[in-house]
Ligand binder design. Structure first.
Ligand code: UFG
Length: 339
């Protein structure tokens, strides 16, 4: 038996790890991805991959009529804070319109559960840097966060009117990767701290620019809550169960804040190499501190983040990069050696 899940963005970073977790417990999965950011190589061979754009409503209707979808997990979106501040209209339009196309097709297709990838970026972090609770009032400071908040709000009405139950999961900083090194983080361009620090350590890119060294934090660099992507994946399984009770929204983090300097030190310990760095100005839209209080999700579902040590988290990312120096484009090392 088992259920069938539609995973949009299932070829992307967090989506592919969630597909892996669903498959591991024997669920059927259909991935929908336009492959602009995603990688077909990240989708298991026995998982149907529909290469389609969420703007294509006819195609979406077809997906829901081809498969009996029990729940949708919606990862596919534009997701860069910085880019959203140069192109806010595209971010708000595409993210909202695509999510609404998907919700509409889900409702029409008789699917009643929807898990939304939301973000910590919809909060204005408190001045004192204290952890953000689930019931904090959203107040987005960038267009990316706004686009996710717009989706969350629209889905409240889809529930009230159509009974589409939604779990809005507000991720803090997703990081690390599959400990087996099969799945990894492969963005183009890469903007995230840990993969950039690793490539700097490997001499594969220029020194890491530390965006801001004058924040009111213990070492002057910005604090984030890094949560392992496999813990995020398992949180989706817990959220699917939680939807039996009704719609919900949760913050997903570890509750522990880490500075940029501390991440750099962890990469140095794990790699045994120096990470070349240079001080750089603050990045626009970056808050000083962004840490979750996610105890409510743990209480409500029994979920717990397992990868709690920063070095363990960084080691998974380091392992992936060793095996895949060029990301998913890399050929296996043995073949490379053979020319
Ligand atoms: N940083 C650097 N140098 C770099 C890259 C990042 O100093 O080259 C710093 C950033 O300024 C920030 C920290 O490292 O202080 C983490 O930056 P990331 O770019 O890895 O992640 P962000 O916190 O900017 O954003 C991530 C996701 C967003 C999401 C947000 C929510 O990319 O989609 O977390 O917490 F909204």
């Amino acid at each position: 038996t088992g259920s069938t899940y539609l995973v949009t963005g299932g070829a992307g970073f967090i989506g592919s790890h969630t597909v892996q977790a669903l498959r591991a417990r024997g669920d059927r999965v259909v991935v929908l991805d336009d492959l602009r950011q995603g990688h077909a190589e990240a989708v298991p061979a026995d998982v149907p991959l529909v290469v389609a754009d969420l703007a294509d409503r006819a195609r979406l209707a077809e997906v829901f009529s081809t498969w009996k979808i029990d729940a949708v997990l919606h990862f596919a979106a534009l997701s860069l804070v910085g880019e959203s501040m140069t192109d806010p209209i595209r971010y708000c339009r595409d993210n909202l319109a695509n999510a609404m196309n998907l919700a509409e097709a889900a409702v029409a297709g008789g699917c009643r559960r929807f898990v939304l990838s939301s973000t910590a970026a919809l909060f204005l972090p408190p001045e004192d840097g204290s952890p953000i609770a689930d019931d904090a009032v959203p107040n987005p400071q960038n267009a990316y966060g706004e686009s996710k908040y717009l989706i969350e709000r629209a889905l409240v009405w889809a529930d009230k009117v159509h009974g589409l139950r939604t779990a809005a999961l507000r991720y803090f900083n997703a990081a690390g990767c599959d400990p087996e090194g099969v799945l990894g983080e492969d963005h183009d361009p890469e903007t995230h701290l840990i993969p950039i620090a690793i490539d700097a350590a490997l001499g594969r890119r220029p020194p890491l620019a530390i965006f801001g060294t004058d924040y009111p934090t213990r070492d002057g660099t910005a604090i984030r809550d890094y949560i392992h992507v496999c813990d995020l994946a398992s949180a989706h399984l817990a959220a699917l169960d939680r939807l039996e009770v009704g719609s919900c929204r949760y913050n997903l983090g570890t509750g522990t804040g880490t500075t940029v300097q501390e991440v750099v030190a962890a990469v140095e310990r794990v790699s045994g190499r120096k990470v070349p760095v240079r001080d750089a100005p603050r990045r626009a839209g970056d808050p000083a501190v962004l840490v979750a209080r996610s105890d409510r999700f743990q209480i409500d579902t029994g979920w717990e983040p397992r990868m709690r040590r920063l070095d363990d988290l960084v080691a998974t990312a380091w392992n992936w990069r060793q095996r895949h120096p060029d990301g998913y484009r890399s050929r296996p090392a043995a073949k490379l050696a053979a020319g």
